[in-house]
Design a protein around this ligand. Sequence first.
Ligand code: ADP
Ligand code: MG
Length: 208
Amino acid sequence: MDFDTPLAEAWIRAIAAAVEKEQSRLTELDSAIGDGDHGSNLQRGFAATLTALDGLQPTGPGAVLTKAGTTLISKVGGASGPLYGKAFRAIGAALPEPAGPAALAEALAAGLDAVRALGKAEPGDKTIVDAWTPAVAAFRTAAADGAGLPEAAAAAAEAAEQGALDTVPLQARKGRASYLGERSIGHQDPGATSTALVFRTLAEVTAA
Ligand code: ADP
Ligand code: MG
């Protein structure tokens, strides 16, 4: 199985649905250590990607993700819009067609590089990077071991979810939560939590 145009579209649609469903939870997490808009930021952004995809005749899976990224950058004001936007644009740009598990792993790694280039966060800073980094590592390892897309994506989703949980004891060193200093400790990072949704939905659509 390759990561093709229908799968790329299904992934973006599944993220939009998951963000819609989890919007209030993401907002609650952001209310604790930020300004309470992470759920609404992503809901607005991914709802806009659905509209953008409706009018698109994609030339391949990369074009779908590039379009989604551009839409997120233009529609989301918060920090997460440009970060996720650049990530999806980078994944789109890196994705060959057809893309097997190893190629998708490298494209997802390019997405992480884009997040880090823009946000300058290191692992352990209590951000998106803390879920995305272990997810890419798990995806790569699974792909190198010969796993198919569903299996590699499931391993990545599990790693991202664990990475999000592991942000709880961390002190935020980037973004709005860093203004809280030690008071950011003891809360799960909203962005790492939404990144876990991004990887969980990838596992779901590749398994379907
Ligand atoms: P804002 O902080 O502008 O209100 P959001 O609430 O939508 O934007 O997103 C907050 C999330 O963005 C945080 O939980 C964190 O995971 C992520 N984030 C913030 N700054 C950075 C950064 N420099 N690098 C990576 N992720 C970041
Ligand atoms: Mg916020």
